[in-house]
Ligand binder design. Structure first.
Ligand code: NAD
Length: 318
């Protein structure tokens, strides 16, 4: 049976690149992009698009029925920093969108679900270095609470109803194609844009804040790899730890200075500092590597070169 895929939240930072990659692999017409807003030109022109409201069951089921969808990637969510401003809305979106998709899968109308979790499931009491798969999890943001609850529900739907749901705890994702959506790691994207356009950047996290991060190419590869893995190899049905690199604002600034020697960084921590302080500094992702062959390709140096090159082309600076 050929795959007919629906991506909900396709116009976001990760959804945009995931949709383009899945269209390349499966054919443009087999990958339906859906969101409450329109996306960038490349996304809108490369295949079908539908408006959808992820918290409206009938809206989601309508599109699934219309296109005979068999796989759903649920990327719609309210992220960590925005979630702290609108906690009730974040909870409503993050939980109800997940229940809609899990219930549609439980009814047998779709075969496979991808739903991303986050390093935000961890909290101030979690061991900070090399955080294991199974550990203390007391998240302190509404976003983290919603992701942790979501993980428990994914495992529950797998155990009770045999729903084939797969999940990854993404670290901070760095990319250049679409803008980030209001997360605590957004500084590591903004810094590249401002280094090229202004030569200076004021970081909203202090210079020593080390966080787990990943380049978009790796994140997309992991997402496709876990979805393509044999079901028996997916031994964790809550969500897998996933890692590539960890760095601080000071370290990323040093890396940028290798390409742009005059670049200057300053620090003005805001409310996002507290969120960052509650998260791990580095993650152990042995289980993902053992169970379904995960392997990252980008470290800080390779990512920085790639980001700067792509943004130079985007901004016509070459
Ligand atoms: P984003 O904010 O860039 O994109 C989310 C998309 O969902 C947006 O295009 C938005 O318009 C859409 N959306 C919002 N409400 C909707 C609704 N009611 N119905 C339909 N669409 C709706 O987010 P992202 O960075 O692409 O993240 C995608 C997923 O990955 C989220 O679940 C997020 O929690 C998770 N994640 C992201 C990161 C990261 O660094 N970007 C890290 C960890 C986890």
């Amino acid at each position: 049976m050929s795959k007919i895929i629906l991506i909900i939240g396709a116009c976001g930072q990760i959804g945009t690149e995931l949709t383009l990659k899945l269209r390349e692999i499966n054919g443009n017409t087999n990958v339906i992009a859906a969101d409450i807003r329109e996306g960038n030109k490349e996304l809108m022109q490369s295949g079908p698009f539908e408006f959808i409201n992820a918290i409206d069951y009938d809206s989601v089921l309508g599109i699934i029925t219309k296109y005979h969808i068999n796989e759903v990637y649920l990327m719609a969510a309210m992220l960590s920093a925005t979630g702290e401003k609108f906690p009730a809305k974040a909870w409503e979106l993050n939980m109800n969108s997940l229940f809609n998709v899990l219930n549609i899968a439980k009814e047998g109308k779709i075969k496979k679900v991808f739903w991303p979790s986050s390093i935000a499931v961890f909290g101030p009491t979690t061991p900070k270095e090399n955080t294991p798969q199974e550990t203390i999890m007391e998240p302190s943001t509404v976003y983290g609470i919603s992701k942790q609850a979501g993980e428990r529900w994914c495992e529950y739907y797998f155990n009770k109803y045999n729903v084939d749901v797969r999940s990854i705890r993404y670290p901070g994702i760095i990319s250049w194609k679409a803008n980030p959506g209001g997360g605590t790691t957004d500084y590591a994207i903004e810094i590249y844009h401002e280094a090229l356009l202004k030569g200076t950047y004021t970081s909203f996290l202090n210079k020593e804040t080390k966080l787990p991060m990943m380049y978009m190419d790796d994140a997309i590869e992991a997402t496709i790899k876990i979805m393509d893995a044999k079901p028996e190899n997916i031994k964790i049905r809550s969500s897998y730890n996933l890692a590539a690199m960890s760095f601080t604002p000071q370290e990323i600034a040093e890396e940028i200075k290798k390409e742009i020697p005059a670049f200057q960084i300053s620090y003005q921590p805001d409310f996002r500092q507290e969120i960052a302080n509650s998260w791990p500094k580095s993650i152990s992702d042995d289980r993902a590597r053992e169970d379904w062959g995960w392997n990252h390709k980008f470290n800080l140096e390779k990512m920085s070169k790639n980001m700067l090159h792509n943004l130079q082309v985007k901004y016509n600076l070459e």
